[in-house]
Design a protein around this ligand. Structure first.
Ligand code: UD1
Length: 342
């Protein structure tokens, strides 16, 4: 098997496309599968412009095991990064079966094919959502997970468990779950970034679309939380930094470092930032005023969550490097590119 080759499932999406760029920069050959259900083929053009490399692409749904197995037959990658999942919390509450089927089946297909075709290393996209409303802050990887409050969150917990058990059952497999905090921003080239369909659920795309005049006004969900300024605290992680964490995880497994066959890492900055603070840094970074108002709390939001990143720092040798102001400049530059704003 080719240890310098990686299959990226969901590689045309937001986190996937940035990770493909960093893998190529690190000398990996990349095969992308994506069903384009929540991504755009144009991201592959952006990857090509940034790196000079056009990764091999298959329009394949990972739930289609037959189609996915053809990709395994054709390519000798020894590692897989699995991003291919739905991620809208609210939608998952309304359509739970859609989330359980897609997110769990696609990952189980990947794991079964890895065993069948003798592939070793897998990285799973998990989320800080597994910690829920944590009893201790910052959260470490040993902070107990809380029962999930949405089917989306439940698929993250269940997929972590499926990975842990699969690795336990197959000595040929090795797995890392990366628990992302709040990924934001865009590549500094502004050639790839986040392209949400419809009304954004997440804070930063809502901010950039409001600044672009597509949304009238940002609602800040809650000003009465037990936090210094009353708005929620989150750990916003730059998308390029996050992408690099995947390269560090793959490197670790490819080089057979460490003894554990299943590992979990928090991927964040370790710094809590409030919604008000984020809005103000965005305004200052980009020299504009944002239209916003305070609105009631959003159901399901936890008051505060941020990462203890010691394990990722020490074991993966990875740390977040980009300053929030630069991340928010890149986010706005990307939105302007997409909308054709000077
Ligand atoms: C959400 C999900 C999380 C998922 C992540 C993926 C919930 C409860 N959590 O994280 O499981 O992994 O997205 O990207 O939905 N906010 C506003 N106005 C807005 C949008 C957001 O004030 O228009 C606030 C929220 O109340 C929150 C913060 O901004 O305090 C961040 O929100 P968001 O970007 O949606 O991320 P999370 O809710 O932290």
């Amino acid at each position: 098997m080719n240890s310098k080759s990686v299959l990226v499932a969901g590689g045309a999406g937001y986190i996937g496309s940035h990770t493909v760029v960093e893998l190529i920069n690190a000398g990996y050959e990349v095969v992308v599968v994506d069903n384009l259900s929540n991504s755009d083929i144009s991201s592959l053009e952006g990857i090509n412009k940034i790196t000079g490399v056009k990764p091999t692409f298959y329009n394949v749904d990972c739930c289609d095991k037959g189609a996915l197995s053809e990709v395994f037959k054709r390519h000798d990658f020894n590692s897989v990064i699995h991003f291919a999942a739905f991620k809208a919390v609210g939608e998952s509450v309304e359509q739970p079966a859609k989330y359980y089927r897609n997110n769990l089946l696609s990952f189980m297909n990947v794991l079964e094919l890895m065993v069948e075709y003798g592939r070793r290393n897998v990285v799973f996209s998990s989320s800080a959502t597994v910690y829920g409303d944590a009893d201790e802050l910052p959260v470490t990887e040993d902070t107990p997970r809380k029962p999930a409050t949405s089917p989306y969150g439940n698929t993250k917990q269940m997929s972590e468990d499926i990975l842990r058990d699969s690795v336990r059952a197959n000595s040929s497999l090795r797995g890392i779950a990366l628990r992302y905090f709040n990924p934001i921003g865009a590549h500094p080239s502004a050639l790839i970034g986040e392209l949400p369909r419809g009304v954004p659920n997440n804070l930063v795309p809502y901010i950039t679309q409001t600044a672009a005049g597509i949304r009238e006004c940002l609602s800040i969900f809650g000003q009465d939380y037990p936090t210094p300024d009353g708005s929620c605290l989150r750990d916003y992680i730059d998308i390029v930094d996050l992408a690099k964490a995947h390269v560090a995880a793959i490197d670790r497994m490819v080089e057979e470092r460490g003894k554990e066959s299943y590992e979990v890492f928090n991927i964040g900055t370790g710094r809590p930032v409030s919604v008000f603070e984020l809005v103000h840094v965005f305004e200052e970074a980009n020299n504009l005023k944002l239209n916003y108002k305070v609105a009631p709390r959003r159901a399901g939001d936890v008051p505060a969550v941020w990462a203890d990143t010691t394990r990722a720092n020490e074991v993966l040798g990875w740390r977040a490097e980009r300053a929030l102001v630069d991340t928010l400049k890149a986010a706005w530059q990307w939105e302007r590119n997409v909308r054709g704003i000077e």
